[in-house]
Design a protein around this ligand. Structure first.
Ligand code: NAP
Length: 269
């Protein structure tokens, strides 16, 4: 597709570190696929500079990553319900109402989940686990069990989301049999222990790992047991597309085609 001569859509990523991020590649490729000029800059931002960078940014919007996903919240004028409930912002848009903070991980997770989960187990109780728990509550799951190394965090997450989604039974404790088990910890990721947060013998119909960039021990255990699985790359692409929609408007039927094309490109890297 030819790229239009109109002014570029200005986007950025704010975080630390940002050099490893796949987002600049995703948005460059997305611009090419849409025939739009896209400028997506990865900005390494120290804590002390966050406010000045946020207030000084001029463009359609920006992504936020570690360690600023919570710290950016008080600097914004409004939050979407997802961002407020999850307690983390990964996308910010400029609008007439000022800076709006959003979280695209929940929608990205649901987009990438190949089948609806009735009963789910989520390993971890951090930001990603909260996004997954939100997505499961929002999609009407029957039960969600939170399993985390800090039992207090697991319990308070289950309590909080149980109130938010009264039709879903949220609980904390040991893993239990479910349709889907989700790794929402960094275990298996480069720089973290090469181990699984789950028992070796998985008791689920599908294993979903938010970690991407190689087969994790969690996914290896799923393969060994003949259980279907997905890594986090598809979710990464899906949350990026949701980010584009937040900044630029709905993609409609194009979203599925763009997702496939972006995934194919990233899998070849
Ligand atoms: P986070 O807020 O730091 O939370 C990490 C969670 O994992 C916490 O519950 C933490 O427990 C737990 N944990 C950390 N190290 C552990 C260990 N050695 N053993 C057991 N549990 C451990 O991080 P996050 O933002 O939720 O991200 C989690 C993972 O999801 C990362 O790998 C991230 O890259 C990935 N992610 C992927 C996508 C995607 O699109 N694919 C999107 C978002 C996040 P404590 O609270 O006790 O420390």
């Amino acid at each position: 597709m030819t790229t239009s001569r109109t002014s570029p859509v200005r986007l950025a990523l704010i975080g630390r570190p940002v050099s490893h991020s796949l987002s600049p590649r995703i948005f460059a490729e997305l611009g090419r696929l849409l025939g739009r000029r896209v400028s997506y800059k990865a900005l390494r931002v120290e804590d002390a500079a966050l406010e000045a960078v946020v207030r000084g940014f001029r463009g359609a919007g920006f992504n936020v990553t570690i360690p600023h996903k919570r710290a950016v919240m008080p600097l914004l004028d409004a939050l979407t319900p997802e961002a407020r409930a999850i307690g983390a912002v990964n996308a910010v848009r400029f609008s007439e109402r000022g800076l709006i903070g959003h979280n695209t991980d929940a929608a990205g997770f649901l987009d990438a989940l190949p089948r609806k989960a009735k009963d789910a187990v989520v390993f971890g109780a951090g930001g990603a686990a909260r996004a997954v728990a939100y997505a499961l509550g929002e999609s009407g799951a029957r039960s969600v069990r939170i399993v985390a190394r800090s039992p207090g965090k697991a319990r308070s997450l289950a309590l909080e989301f149980g109130k938010l989604f009264p039709r879903t039974r949220f609980s904390a404790g040991a893993p239990m049999r479910a349709d889907v088990w989700v790794n929402a910890t960094p275990l298996g990721m480069k720089g973290f222990p090469r181990k699984s947060p789950a028992p070796r013998k998985l008791a689920c119909g599908f294993a979903f790992d938010l970690v991407y960039g190689g087969k994790t021990p969690f996914l290896k255990d799923a393969s060994a047991a003949g259980i279907g699985s997905a890594d986090g790359l598809d979710m990464l692409v899906c949350q990026a597309l949701r980010g584009w929609e937040f900044w630029r408007g709905a993609l409609g039927a194009r979203r599925a085609r763009l997702r496939d094309a972006l995934l194919e490109k990233l899998r070849c890297l």
